[in-house]
Design a protein around this ligand. Structure first.
Ligand code: TPP
Ligand code: MG
Length: 926
């Protein structure tokens, strides 16, 4: 990915022969590569007459045959030159100019004056929202300057492009830049979709009369926002995978082929997040011409310039062009067109390409005379170009991103472009219109208050019909319903199918009892040794064949299908490929060959957990976005899930995504051999904070079957906004049959798997095991009974998170209802009458069982895998982390000893017998 090297690429642009003098785009301060002066020296040596002749020939071709023929000629010339030994260095940059030349600019179809007035009202209300909120509650926050810079980018979209979803229209999918939320609310207010009261309570959502969330959060405003976008970097990647998923649905015949677009509005600073550009090659590879990025290039982020010493626009251009995108630069407003036209020598474009962003930012806040002197003053010919313009006009030369005509042209070209995704790089000013209050200044991002003068100035600049006195109150302002402005925006939105953003669930509930699908897994494997992963894959295979849900299942895997034994699915349902399979796979003669197909069902994402999560999110929210109940099953290496992409999971939760995430090869001691960076003892702890995520650590096939069946019911029949995380392991063992009706216990988080048959012993214990460690507890049960005369019951704890949340809920209810019969937490209820000491063991941190110890009848001793993993076999690892049957037995005896039920010597003797070294290293700190 190009980063600071852009100026270098730009410099190489200078070698492009004919265009040299006109189009050099490099900043003068670049310190590597060929020095620009030397390029000048080379070209200066060329006969000026000769250059002119070439240019004139090109002009005449352009005139007589158009740009396409000119392009072919240039390509031929380039090839010819290369053969002749002229080395043309690579460049992905074009000059620092608008990509769409003025003469080819599509005409703006709207009423420009009316749209300007509407935009001004949106600007005012957005500003008022933030200023008022901070007057009422100091430091409540909000952003003025982001939307101020992006207003034209959005308004042109609202008036001319963004199609709403309706019964007959798929509509566009739009990711709004999170910090621009006040502007989006302000428009919805003008549209009559939000009330004055809601605006008044911006950032104060807890007010009884309702408020507005700070940023786009579908969880908080489920009828309005669709996509959370404020954790920067997530929405660009999500948008790419959304656009790809739309194609997947079309190619699989799940939705009609349409020309609906995915729009993603992004900050230029935001592109520094690795996720922002991390998937752009996929978008180009997949030819996603249904995708449009609009990057608001105000050249600033929070602290200061995005690239003070470089040019973020040129940098992004080369990155996107290099990746294969259609790049449209919208840099200069219409006022520049006549000046550029006068500039027959193309000196101005050259000059434009010379400045670094820090200098551009300075020009924005400078006077017209300064602009004349420092920008145009470098060459008398440039000065001559702007001689007729007064200083004031120079100061007000608009940038492209603030000119609706230029923005319209770019959007129009973008929506009509085919064959690749488009990115629009629109130059704007951060805090546009704020004047002294922050326009273009480094502090502008945080600006939330305006003094009297600044308010009046803003009001006058944008023509808001408020008296001085009224203006200082910063009232919200909405013209009458029959005003031209409101009528116009209504007509425009009606023409585009309704209002956006709007979230609405259009999918129909599925039938989903599906007992037939899961029944076979309840009866065990009849002695055959299988892992829980294998059991899950067998279930997946069955689900894929189901007449109702089969088509809706979306298996997603980041290059680990073989690890999870899923390769049989390659052949069975195919791997999705938008181009089918253009080659004969090397393993075509095998039963399980690598079958790619246009209607393939598996999303084999390659090694990108973030990208796979992007697909999970698109599939998990399709019930709302498309009205299609796709059921994603995203299976990944469990250590590279929460640990790596937790913020995407948080976004999925906010979006009310449905589906199943499966942490494969889970468990710190169950994944043998792989060592420290692979062995997951963390994910169940990391899954704790996600409020609507149900997390399970099942031990047996029937537990998984019960959980998945119930999950499909809850999510896709009952419409609950929940999703699931299940860990599955690769340790093979015989799967038992479900011991009676323990379904509720499995779902609630625990049930007694095997009670002790020894009713006589006074020494009693309750052992809690989870996942693969449940079998260690079962062995410990036998060990304790046979060797130490302890009668222990064994419980399978499928979800500590579930138990914990249930107990918290019960506690809270009891606290708030002192007069009523207290509710018993489920865990308390389970253990109400059980005798003996309590010992838990899991493959995760000890903190997990400890979460619920407070609601148990006696103290709990927890064993777990705190510490760094190791490469070793399972037995070695379980010994090292002290979670095997021996250590569970020892912990039980130690607890009995602590309670005075057995002598210390018994424990000491047991340690000898169990071969446990008391001076063993502590795994937690070694
Ligand atoms: C992942 C993440 N890190 C940090 C922030 C805090 N933050 C909010 S806005 C902002 C600057 C945004 O700059 P840019 O993307 O250029 O957007 P602009 O407001 O200039 O349009 C920062 C750092 C965030 N929201 N998300
Ligand atoms: Mg910015």
């Amino acid at each position: 990915m190009a980063s600071q090297e852009i100026p270098r690429g730009s410099r190489q642009e200078g070698h492009r022969g004919l265009m040299d003098d006109e189009t050099s785009t490099h900043p003068p301060h670049a310190d590597r590569g060929v020095h620009p002066d030397s390029i000048g020296a080379v070209t200066n040596k060329m006969e000026e007459v000769e250059v002119q002749e070439w240019l004139e020939s090109l002009d005449s071709v352009l005139e007589s045959s158009g740009p396409e023929v000119a392009m072919h000629i240039l390509e031929r010339l380039r090839a010819h030159a290369t053969v002749a030994g002229v080395t043309l260095p690579f460049t992905a940059n074009t000059p620092y100019a608008n990509t769409i030349p003025w003469p080819l600019q599509p005409l703006f179809p709207g009423d420009q004056e009316l749209e300007r007035r509407i935009k001004s009202l949106v600007r005012w209300n957005a500003l008022a929202m933030v200023v008022r909120a901070n007057r009422i509650e100091h430091n409540i926050g909000g952003h003025i300057s982001t939307f101020a810079s992006a207003a034209t980018l959005y308004e042109v979209g609202f008036n001319h492009f963004f199609r709403a979803r309706s019964e007959n229209l798929e509509g566009d999918t739009i990711y709004f830049q999170g910090h621009a939320a006040p502007g989006i609310y302000a428009r919805a207010f003008l549209e009559g979709r939000l009330t004055l009261q809601q605006l008044e309570n911006f950032r104060r959502e807890l007010k009884p009369s309702g408020g507005l969330s700070s940023y786009p959060h579908p969880w908080l405003m489920p009828d309005f926002w669709e996509f959370p976008s404020v954790s920067m970097g997530l929405s660009p990647l999500m948008a790419i995978y959304q656009a790809r998923f739309n194609r997947y649905l079309e190619d699989r015949g799940l939705k009609p082929i349409t020309d609906a677009k995915v729009w993603a509005f992004i900050g230029d600073g935001e592109t520094d997040e690795p996720e922002s550009l991390g998937a752009i090659t996929l978008a180009a590879r997949e030819k996603l011409d249904n995708l449009i990025f609009v990057i608001n290039c105000n050249l600033q982020r929070l602290d200061g310039p995005v690239r003070g010493n470089g040019q973020i626009i040129q940098e992004l251009e080369s990155a996107f062009r290099g990746a294969g995108w259609n790049v449209i630069k919208v840099l200069w407003g219409s006022e520049w067109d006549p000046i550029l036209e006068r500039d027959t020598e193309r000196l101005l474009v050259k000059r434009m390409g010379e400045l670094v962003d820090g200098e551009y930012q300075k020009l924005v806040v400078s006077s017209g005379s300064y602009v004349r002197q420092s920008f145009f003053g470098t060459d008398p010919r440039l000065l001559k170009l702007v001689e007729p313009l007064p200083d004031q006009a120079l100061q007000r030369l608009r940038l492209g991103g603030h000119d609706p005509k230029k923005v319209y042209a770019a959007y129009k070209v973008a929506v009509e472009h085919t064959g690749s995704p488009t990115v629009i790089l629109a130059r704007t000013i951060k805090g546009y219109g704020l004047g002294e209050a922050g326009e273009g200044k480094n502090v502008t991002h945080q600006q939330k208050k305006l003094n009297e003068e600044e308010l009046l100035e803003f009001r006058s600049r944008f023509g808001i019909p408020l008296s001085d006195e009224d203006c200082l109150e910063v009232p919200f302002y909405r013209p009458a319903e029959d005003s031209e402005e409101i009528q116009y925006l209504r007509v425009r939105r009606e023409a585009l199918g309704g209002y956006v953003p709007r979230r609405c669930v259009r999918s129909k509930p599925i039938r989903a009892d599906h007992d037939d699908l899961f029944a076979e897994f309840l009866s065990g494997s009849e002695g055959r040794e299988v892992s829980t992963t294998m059991a899950f894959v067998a279930m997946l295979r069955k689900m894929l064949k189901d007449p109702e849900i089969g088509k809706l299942v979306v298996p997603i895997v980041p290059d680990e299908a073989r690890t999870f034994g899923m390769e049989s699915l390659f052949r069975a349902v195919g791997i999705y490929s938008s181009v089918g399979q253009k080659y004969e796979p090397v393993d075509v003669n095998t039963l399980l060959y690598y079958k790619e197909a246009k209607d393939g069902q598996i999303l084999e994402e390659g090694i990108t957990e973030a990208g796979s999560m992007g697909s999970f999110i698109a599939a998990g929210s399709a019930y709302a976005t498309h009205g299609i109940n796709t059921i994603p099953f995203f299976i990944f290496y469990s250590m590279f899930g929460f640990q790596r992409i937790a913020d995407f999971i948080w976004a999925a939760a906010d979006m009310r995504c449905r589906g199943f995430m499966l942490g494969g090869t889970a468990g710190r001691t169950t994944l043998a051999g792989e060592g420290l960076q692979h062995q997951d003892g963390n994910s169940h702890v990391l899954a704790l904070p996600v409020p609507n995520l149900l997390a399970y650590d099942p031990a047996f096939a029937y537990e998984i079957a019960v959980i998945i069946q119930d999950g499909i019911r809850r999510m896709y029949r009952d419409g609950e906004s929940i999703f699931y995380y299940l860990t599955v392991m690769n340790e093979p063992y015989a799967m038992p049959a479900m011991p009676g009706d323990v379904k509720d216990g499995i779902l609630n988080g625990m049930y007694r798997f095997r009670a002790s048959e020894n009713k006589k012993s006074k020494l009693r214990a309750q052992l809690f095991g989870s996942g693969a460690i449940l079998r260690e507890a079962l062995q410990a049960q036998e060990l304790l009974e046979s060797k130490f005369g302890v009668a222990a019951d064994v419980w399978s704890v499928t979800s500590y998170k579930g138990l914990y949340r249930d107990a918290l809920d019960a506690d809270r209810w009891n606290r708030l209802h002192p007069g009523e019969k207290p509710r018993l937490p489920y865990v308390t209820e389970c253990l109400a009458d059980v005798p003996g000491v309590l010992v838990a063991a899991s493959d995760y941190l000890k903190a997990l069982p400890n979460l619920v110890s407070k609601w148990m009848p006696r103290a709990l001793l927890s064993l777990g895998t705190d510490g760094f993993g190791r490469s070793d076999g399972r037995a070695g690892l379980r010994d090292f982390f002290e979670v095997d049957a021996r250590f569970i037995a020892l912990a039980t005896l130690a607890e009995l000893c602590r309670e005075g039920q057995v002598q210390k010597s018994v424990v000491q003797k047991a340690m000898k017998e169990l071969e446990i070294d008391p001076e063993k290293r502590n795994p937690m700190i070694s």
